[in-house]
Design a protein around this ligand. Structure first.
Ligand SMILES: [Zn+2]
Length: 217
């Protein structure tokens, strides 16, 4: 590329515009987006067990659309073609939700187990997350809304959160496939999920520390 092309935004053989750095709206910082992405992604895991078509539609056109608006290259593109969602059979929606949840939990469980960040790498390569800057020119990350599959959409939100604060994923991420939960709790991570058992239900365990277990124990 010659010097004369340095300012040409349409440099490149395919005539594609060069990637320009997205600037977040004033007042919105990288940590704000990471926090909102984590909340939306964890809410998906927690709540989608009970969702139908209407709730999925609301999450996509509300929460998800709001988060992906800032870095989207196609500002007016629908996040999911509305007629398509309307025509989808309710049982198919249930299956899509279930398989998306399973895929997301598998990806996060792998990360919690051995630190594998492969889902983050896939998000970067697929362009479902992008680097951007906030108003103070601090680097940040944002979801682009370009993920075609539901699982990739939710994983792009976790990826943005991870890129903003990887330490949380190394020391606090706690995933339970059985309970289908994702939490950020360093103590729970050490201890392992108690699968919803209350502390009182765990109390009898202290008997196991007696030097002489009761007969029959
Ligand atoms: Zn559990």
């Amino acid at each position: 590329m010659g010097m004369e092309n340095d300012l040409d935004p349409f440099d490149g053989e395919a005539g594609e515009p060069l990637d320009t750095v997205v600037t977040l709206p004033t007042g919105l910082t990288g940590p704000d987006i990471a926090k909102a992405c984590r909340e939306a992604a964890v809410a998906f895991i927690d709540e989608s067990k009970h969702w139908g078509k209407a709730e999925l539609g609301m999450w996509l056109t509300g929460t998800y659309a709001t988060l992906t608006r800032h870095a989207s290259r196609e500002k007016d593109a629908p996040v999911w073609p509305v007629p398509l969602l309307r025509d989808i059979d309710a049982r198919l929606v249930a299956r899509i939700l279930e398989s998306a949840r399973a895929e997301i939990l598998d990806s996060l469980a792998l990360m919690a187990k051995d630190g594998s960040a492969s889902f983050v790498l896939r998000a970067l390569i697929a362009g479902t997350v992008t680097r951007c800057e906030d108003g103070a020119r601090e680097p940040a990350w944002a979801p682009t809304g370009e993920a075609p599959r539901l699982a990739d959409r939710v994983l792009s939100l976790f990826a943005v959160d991870y890129l903003g604060r990887p330490g949380d994923y190394e020391t606090e991420l706690c995933v339970c496939r059985q309970c289908e939960t994702v939490t950020f709790d360093g103590i729970a991570r050490q201890r392992g999920c108690n699968h919803g058992l209350q502390q009182s239900a765990l109390a009898p365990r202290r008997h196991s520390t007696l030097p002489y277990p009761p007969i029959g124990a």
